[in-house]
Write a protein that binds this ligand. Sequence first.
Ligand SMILES: C[S@@+](CC[C@H](N)C(=O)[O-])C[C@H]1O[C@@H](n2cnc3c(N)ncnc32)[C@H](O)[C@@H]1O
Length: 210
Amino acid sequence: MRWMADRVGPSGQVCAVDLSTKFLSAQLPPHVEIRQADIRTVPLSADSFDLVHARYVLIHLPDYEVALSAMLAALKPGGWLVLEEPDFSASRGIAGDAAQLASVRKINQAIQFMYETRGMDYALGLKLLPLLQARGLHDLAMEFDAPWSSGGSGMARVMAMSAEQLRDKYLATGLVTESDVEGYCRFAQDPQSQAVYYATVAVMGRKRSE
Ligand SMILES: C[S@@+](CC[C@H](N)C(=O)[O-])C[C@H]1O[C@@H](n2cnc3c(N)ncnc32)[C@H](O)[C@@H]1O
């Protein structure tokens, strides 16, 4: 937000929309307008923004196409849409104890199942480019970032904590056992293990001028 505000300068305008604005700093400059609203329904002037950016938002929405339509309607012809969303289909254990790797596979299946039962797309990231193609955007570009993490690293520890917290939900899928949750956590703590836990896909493209 601050980066965008600096980039457009005081003569420009930034409009930030989120259902929850509690993490936004009160220190933002006056040319940043904060709107606590749903991106799918918030009234925004049509064809008025030079750039629309969303990061890790569409992944939460079963009807992300509605949000995409709203963002495109707000964009000026020739303006840039920039989206960054995760793709959890990249998630896998790469190296480590065979039994623990099997637990990692099963936990990933449980996570996928949980996304699907909520109507959310676990693998949205890599669908962004064809989505923008289908909407007629041009000058498309894409980046794919899938960092790998060693057991015991910050990311692996966060994933183990998350598995502990979500244990009951994972078990409720019927796809994993207590021993899989334990195996997943041991894997995440083992310095010999390596995994990709998620990928982030960034795409950008321009709305056609009439
Ligand atoms: C994982 S956070 C990402 C936050 C921020 N974009 C970032 O990259 O750090 C997801 C955000 O999407 C917001 N969100 C989810 N559904 C939304 C909707 N329909 N309209 C607006 N914001 C939404 C949530 O309130 C939350 O702040």
